[in-house]
Design a protein around this ligand. Structure first.
Ligand code: KIV
Ligand code: ZN
Length: 578
């Protein structure tokens, strides 16, 4: 390929080095319990927005995070932003923080900023103060122009100031967190040295742990390398029993969730992230995805996403970012099936699941193409089967049954599907349930407008039934059909054959009661009849609805005949009487 854009040159980059490790244990682990979650929507997420959240949006987001079940919430960067400071004050002064929730604020390692952070937290029952400074090679050398020791001293100094300010506000139960920002861009021995130096200042105990947060500030390696780094830190950090190892991954390579998952296998205790992954550049690790991945393995994620629509609406309102329709678990299309074979498989599995669940409510979910039950997230089956030109008869039949109670027999599904497909191809768009119903009505019921059963008299006898039916035909006026046969339909078909002057054969027949319409409980239920006839060798399907099942059956037969183009002729006696 010719190089049109000379800047597109992979030689500008180099591979992230792998970690030489001979004691790698994390690949043999599995996640057995949810980590401790910390939402950073109101800080990292908010910092990354084109328009940061308004005070009322922040409050909406905070309430959502509490309702979802977060016990630790980073509520802002009060030393860097006046609105964040005011928001923290509002939460404390208006007593909006539930007793089992701890708020967290971020601060840089500078005394006035730490002072302001503690001022923001005045009066809080408990709080986490999150100290960070960047330790990466590129930041040290090119941004700060400081040595390793100078950067480490900054972290140690920050840790000491935090201790002093905390001691002066002893009414609050304090927890401390330290992040070597750009941990994955930092030489790992040096990152460990800085973390150990901070831990040494804070002197944690198993009852009063500190949090060491290891950010993949910019994701630059495959998740296995990150897992190696985490396992190595867990093995070498001082006071391990008194330290909660926290992960904070970003999604630059699209592997933020994978990195956090592997990091948990490697020993991490706590995970920071945002709902649906908002955050700097490609975003933070998406907690919805990671928690739902855990849920789908039969493990309690300790977060409740059963009202996914509220979560999406709140996130979209607060971030002004639309959720992608294919976003894992949350997107509008993630449980939708358009393909006929997928719809068919889903229908069959869901029918089995429904039957088994009546017997055994704890039945394991095993539905093709649906990793979890959409109802768990407040989604309905109606949202699963969607119809376009790729869809098959099963999906169309499913929609008509779910939304209109029409249980088309299989032979009619085969006949009907091409009608919907043609419409989808012509319109080049999805076909709604209403349109499918309209196509059903115009294909199978509309013939009644041309010729309809006015009334009938049936005389049942032991050897044969006689039927006399009056038809109102828009072309020929009133026509009487007389026939004899084994049963009412046979008699009618014979009478019609004589009237139209060609052979009619009844091939298939089916009927059922329709569910009563909403708000019309006392009304007599309608029945629907479906028929397939052969008229002069060609097949025609039709249907008809009526409160009287015999009329519905006769009308369905008449509709099929009308669809064939044949018309009933008046008898000689009728013509003579005119
Ligand atoms: O991504 C990052 O490194 C951060 C730190 C401040 C924790 O957001
Ligand atoms: Zn971050």
């Amino acid at each position: 390929m010719s190089n049109i854009n000379s800047s597109f040159n992979h030689k500008k980059y180099r591979a992230y080095p792998s970690i030489p490790k001979t004691d790698r244990r994390w690949p043999d682990q599995s996640i057995k319990a949810a980590p401790l979650w910390c939402s950073v929507d109101l800080r990292d997420g908010n910092q990354a927005l084109i328009e940061p959240m308004s005070p009322s949006q922040k409050l909406d987001m905070f309430k959502l995070l509490v309702d979802v079940g977060f016990k630790e919430i980073e509520v802002g960067f009060p030393a860097a932003s006046a609105p964040d400071f005011d928001f923290v004050r509002q939460l404390i002064e208006q007593d909006l923080i539930p007793d089992d929730v701890t708020i967290q604020v971020l601060t840089q390692a500078r005394e006035p900023l730490i002072a302001r952070s503690f001022a923001a937290l005045k009066g809080a029952k408990k709080a986490i103060v999150h100290l960070y400074n960047s330790t990466s090679t590129v930041q040290r050398e090119q941004v700060f122009k400081k040595s390793r020791d100078e950067i480490k001293t900054l972290a140690i100094q920050g840790a000491r100031w935090m201790q002093e300010f905390a001691a002066a506000q002893s009414e609050t139960k304090w927890s401390f967190q330290y992040s070597p920002e750009s941990f994955t861009g930092t030489e790992r021995e040096y990152a460990l040295e800085v973390c150990n130096a901070v831990i040494n200042v804070w002197q944690p105990t198993p009852d009063n742990k500190v949090i060491i947060n290891l950010p993949s500030t910019v994701e630059t390696s495959t998740p296995n390398v990150y897992a190696d780094q985490i396992e190595w830190i867990c093995d070498n950090i001082s006071h391990r029993q008194s330290v909660s190892i926290s992960l904070h991954t970003h999604n630059d390579r699209g592997c933020g969730v994978a990195a956090s998952e592997l990091g948990v296998l490697a020993g991490a205790d706590r995970i920071e992230g945002t709902l649906l992954g908002n955050g700097e550049r490609t975003g933070n690790m998406d907690i919805v995805t990671m928690a739902m991945n855990i849920y789908s393995q039969g493990i309690d994620p300790k977060l409740d996403f059963s009202d996914m629509d509220r979560i999406i609406a709140t996130i979209e309102r607060c971030t002004q970012l639309a959720v992608h329709p294919r976003h894992p678990y949350a997107g509008e299309l993630v449980f939708a099936a358009f393909s006929g074979s997928h719809q068919d498989a889903i229908n069959k599995c869901m029918a089995i699941d429904a039957a088994q669940r009546i017997e055994k409510p704890e039945t394991q979910w095993q539905v093709a193409y649906l990793p979890i039950d959409p109802r768990d997230l407040g989604r309905t089956y109606q949202q699963v089967i969607r119809i376009n030109s790729q869809s098959g008869k099963g999906g169309v039949a499913y929609i008509l049954e779910q939304d209109y109670g029409i249980q088309m027999p299989r032979w009619m599904q085969v006949d009907f599907s091409p009608h919907v497909q043609q419409h989808a191809e012509r319109s080049e768009s999805e076909v709604s349930a209403t349109i499918i119903h309209d196509i059903f009505s115009s294909t199978y019921l509309a013939a009644q407008k041309t010729a309809s059963i006015d009334n009938y008299q049936l005389n049942r006898q032991s050897n044969a039934d006689s039927l006399e039916a009056q038809i109102l035909d828009t072309n020929n006026g009133a026509v009487t059909i007389n026939g004899q046969g084994k049963g009412v339909l046979d008699a009618f078909v014979k009478g019609l054959s004589a009237s139209i002057g060609s052979d009619i054969v009844l091939i298939d027949y089916s009927e059922h009661a329709l569910p009563s319409k909403k708000g019309a409980e006392n009304e007599q239920a309608e029945a629907i009849a479906y028929v397939q006839l052969s008229v002069q060798g060609a097949r025609y399907c039709a249907a008809a609805k009526c409160h009287d099942i015999v009329t519905a059956s006769l009308q369905a037969v008449l509709n099929a005949v009308t669809r064939s183009g044949a018309t009933c002729q008046r008898s000689k006696a009728e013509l003579a009487a005119v």
